[in-house]
Write a protein that binds this ligand. Structure first.
Ligand code: GLU
Length: 258
């Protein structure tokens, strides 16, 4: 009987060690593939956009992605960018379409239910952009106005919670949202101060409300599995180094961010 039990335990141990080996961590997948696949924005200047000069991805988030590729794979060119929007980011991660998302993505408890985050690398805040001559000066002025938001963003959720009577129109990407704003579809548009300020660099006649109604800590989103802890740990080391060696400070200067 003793022999049978020890044989059973042995085969169980062998079985679990085999299944464990079969599950490859995202970190190992990246190294094996020799390519980092990153979900980024293509319409959120100065964080992630396509340069109309070089036709390449550029921005603060893009530079962070290149730094990560350099660190893990020894070359910042070993990278493939996949476009994400606020409402596709989480699925892109959970489905394994991308290894990580670096796309102005704020850490929230709701999102942590589905994915993991690295330590934050930047802190933004939600505000509102209106036309210079608008009669909107505070968030409460939005109570009987129409505000454009991005579907699936924290801004949509925050605004619905803080000003429940505000009329809200949602768009899936910033190109469409900004176009609608220009065409006068809404009285205002609300998202992170960073993205609105980036838009204002090329589009005059707008202003931002002074107040911010949230703190938006941007971090790298990754798949939530035990195996992925290797990736999260190494991303945290990379970001902490970028904080310490002044890289993040330099990047803020490069992209005119506070
Ligand atoms: N950072 C906010 C978010 O993660 C809003 C900006 C955006 O997603 O584009 O939802």
């Amino acid at each position: 009987m003793k022999k049978i039990i020890s044989l059973l335990i042995l085969s169980l141990l062998l079985l679990t060690s085999c299944t464990k080996k079969e599950v490859e961590s995202t970190y190992d997948k990246i190294v094996k593939r020799d390519l980092l696949i990153v979900g980024v924005k293509e319409d959120s200047k100065p964080f992630g956009y396509i340069s109309n000069v070089t036709n390449e991805h550029e921005g603060f988030d893009i530079d962070i992605a290149r730094y990560v590729a350099q660190d893990i794979l020894g070359s910042e060119r070993k990278i493939k960018f996949v476009r994400v929007t606020p409402d596709t980011r989480i699925e892109a991660i959970t489905s394994g379409e991308v290894d990580m998302v670096i796309a102005t993505m704020s850490v929230t408890p709701q999102r942590q239910y589905f994915i993991d985050f690295s330590t934050p690398y930047y802190v933004a805040g939600q505000t509102v952009m209106v036309k210079e001559n608008s009669d909107i000066h505070t968030f409460s002025d939005l109570k009987d106005k129409t505000t454009i938001v991005l579907l699936g963003s924290t801004s949509e959720k925050n605004l619905r919670g803080i000003i429940p009577t505000a009329r809200i129109i949602g768009y899936k990407n910033y190109d469409n949202a900004f176009q609608a704003y220009e065409e006068g579809v809404g009285d205002a548009i609300s998202t992170d101060n960073t993205i609105l300020a980036g838009y204002m660099l090329d589009h005059h006649g707008n202003r931002l409300l002074k107040n911010k109604i949230s703190q938006e800590p941007y971090a790298i989103g990754i798949k939530q599995t035990d195996e992925d802890d290797k990736l999260r740990k190494s991303l945290n080391i990379i970001i902490n180094r970028m904080h310490k060696d002044g890289t993040l400070k330099e990047l803020k200067k490069k992209w005119h961010l506070k």
